[in-house]
Design a protein around this ligand. Structure first.
Ligand code: HEM
Ligand SMILES: *[C@@H]1O[C@H](CO)[C@@H](O)[C@H](O)[C@H]1NC(C)=O
Ligand SMILES: *[C@@H]1O[C@H](CO)[C@@H](O)[C@H](O)[C@H]1NC(C)=O
Length: 529
């Protein structure tokens, strides 16, 4: 006969294990217990940080924790944030910690990860090497195709469009002006000018497309932070409870559009294989072609070695997944940055810089010269300062610790951190260290011109707008190229002043779009000189 004692003992044991696992271990025994907690519940629960993540308020929340508690803080039982260079970004990002599944849960176009979201080092670096040449600074600066793309898009289309718009009395919404021109720009390099988007020529600047695109952002929270729940709801047909149908249909629409551009680029390439290159070099799909040729070389090798059969359809989707990522990463980030740049130049408080830049641009010749534009010191300083204070990806970039990691610096260093801990840093906080950037909240381009050599070296070590290490932004040179070219095209010909800027605060998520207000973001009055 069963005595009642046995179930009672079992229950007590189970309870003991649960209390140990959920309370004693994380609070007292875990190697992370030495790290100051950003919130009193952090050692045993993620709930508090999930709350801020779901509301796109993580970045300022984590920033406050670092300001209070120092360069290393615990966000959850198995999550920490680190805000220093030595024992921080140098160890984690330059040290090649892997990405975990945070990226792949969201950036997994057509069900195939692009390099951005590949968790593992090996496949990522094989893919990444394929692009190193076409995104190198010297390649970009010496590319005749890109020079023609720049002239056509900026001098002809952008300036033309701004002239038309400035003639009517209405101010121009610069956020959508920039989303349009940066998408046209990056898609022209990826797919060739003839097949690229032509948003800037349209009177409504494809605003509906960009609004839909942006609307998806808050919903990334679910697959990213709650993957199991999301998968469960998906399997039971209940995903609409957390992610509206409209978001899924917008995602599908974007995928269909990029696939179509890839198929057009494929036609251009097949014709080139048959000896018929496009008549104009600017119509060559530079990025697509690079990936396509590298992949087919790989495939050839694989076929010989293994007799592997990667279907034509998988190949097509692999290319589309990568191209979608470059195109979207390329326009979204640069347009946010340019909007904050335009705001700085157009506010009365900072308007002296509009004059300074215009004087500097007056020394340029009429023909666009990428090297000359890149060498302008004031333009470079103003852009660096905007990337510092208004980084478009200022939020957490999570990685996973290997075994026995030591993180944090000097008094704050913590050793013996076990494998599998989620660790993150954020540009927002690195860029606001008052020892490195005195008066950190002030937009002061002078700091990039007048600081001592030692100070400048320190500033560059802490500058993290493009990340660092093997997974830093692959398109940073293209971004600098197009942002500088766009700035010169506008402010050498037009004067701008703020009409409406109530939307110019940052959202606090991974990407930091301007918050906007009632559908308006940054409206500027434009006067042609
Ligand atoms: C102002 C402009 C830009 C900023 C601030 C920016 C920032 C960043 C950052 C911080 C990362 C690392 C993200 C992470 O690991 O979580 C990244 C990666 C990446 N960026 Fe950019 N980016 C910009 C423009 C561009 C452009 C123009 C392209 C177009 C090719 C691009 C393509 C990519 C790609 C493909 C990756 C993934 C690289 C990899 O995993 O190896 N970005 N970017
Ligand atoms: C795509 O570009 C090629 C030239 O490279 C051009 O012949 C073709 O008409 C373009 N397709 C579309 C749909 O614009
Ligand atoms: C820009 O304006 C801000 C806010 O008024 C101020 O703190 C900063 O010093 C100004 N910077 C320049 C270069 O005018």
């Amino acid at each position: 006969m069963l005595t009642p004692a046995i179930p009672t003992i079992t229950l007590a044991l189970l309870l003991g294990i649960v209390v140990y696992r959920l309370v004693f271990y994380p609070i007292l025994l875990s190697p992370l217990a030495k790290i100051p907690s950003a919130h009193w519940t952090a050692p045993f629960s993620r709930l508090w940080i999930l709350y801020y993540r779901s509301r796109q308020q993580e970045t300022p929340t984590v920033h406050n924790a670092h300001a209070r508690l120092g360069p290393i803080v615990r966000l959850a039982p198995n999550e920490i944030s680190v805000n220093c260079v030595d024992g921080g970004i140098r160890t984690i990002y330059a040290g090649g910690y892997e990405k975990g599944d945070w990226y792949i849960n969201v950036f997994n176009n057509y069900g195939i990860p692009p390099m951005f979201s590949m968790p593992e080092h090996g496949p990522h670096s094989r893919r990444r090497r394929m692009f190193s040449n076409i995104y190198a600074k010297s390649t970009l600066q010496n590319s005749a195709a890109l020079t023609t793309i720049t002239k056509t898009l900026l001098k002809d289309r952008l300036v033309q469009r701004m002239r038309e718009m400035s003639r009517s009395d209405k101010p121009i919404e610069f956020y959508y002006l920039f989303t349009a021109i940066t998408l046209d720009f990056v898609s022209a390099y990826v797919f060739g000018l003839a097949n690229a988007s032509r948003c800037i020529e349209k009177p409504d600047l494809d605003r509906a497309f960009f609004e839909d695109y942006k609307m998806r952002q808050p919903y990334q929270f679910w697959p990213q932070e709650m993957p199991i729940l999301t998968a469960l709801l998906e399997r039971t047909g209940l995903k609409w409870l957390i992610v509206p149908h409209k978001v899924s249909s917008t995602n599908n629409g974007i995928e269909a559009w990029i696939l179509q551009l890839c198929d057009q680029a494929e036609i251009v390439m097949r014709e080139a294989d048959g000896g018929k290159e496009p008549a104009k070099p600017e119509d060559w799909p530079t990025v697509y072609a690079q990936l396509r040729n590298a992949l087919s070389r790989d495939l050839l090798k694989q076929d010989l070695e293994l007799g592997a059969d990667a279907s034509v359809q998988t190949q097509r989707m692999t290319k589309a997944s990568e191209m979608l990522d470059h195109t979207l990463a390329g326009f979204d980030t640069s347009s946010i940055l340019l909007t904050f740049f335009a705001w700085r130049l157009s506010r009365p408080e900072n308007a002296t810089w509009q004059e300074k830049l215009r004087k500097e641009f007056a020394g340029l010749t009429d023909e666009f010269d990428a090297k000359a534009v890149d060498a302008l010191p004031m333009l470079h300083a103003a852009l660096m300062e905007t990337l510092r204070l208004h980084a478009s990806i200022p939020g957490n970039q999570p990685r996973i610790t290997p075994a026995a990691a030591t993180l944090g610096v000097s008094d704050h260093a913590v050793s013996g951190i076990p494998a599998g801990v989620r660790v993150q840093s954020q540009a927002w906080s690195l860029h606001r260290n008052p020892q490195v950037f005195p008066d950190p909240e002030a937009w002061r381009p002078e700091r990039w011109l007048e600081s001592s050599e030692t100070q400048m070296r320190e500033m560059n070590r802490w500058f993290w707008a493009f990340g660092s290490g093997g997974r830093m932004c692959v398109g940073s040179n293209l971004a600098m190229y197009d942002m500088k070219a766009i700035i010169v095209a506008i402010w050498s010909r037009f004067e701008t002043e703020v009409v409406f800027d109530e939307g110019m605060t940052h959202k606090g998520g991974y990407v930091a779009e301007p918050a906007g207000k009632d559908g308006r973001v940054l409206e500027l009055r434009v006067t042609e000189l």
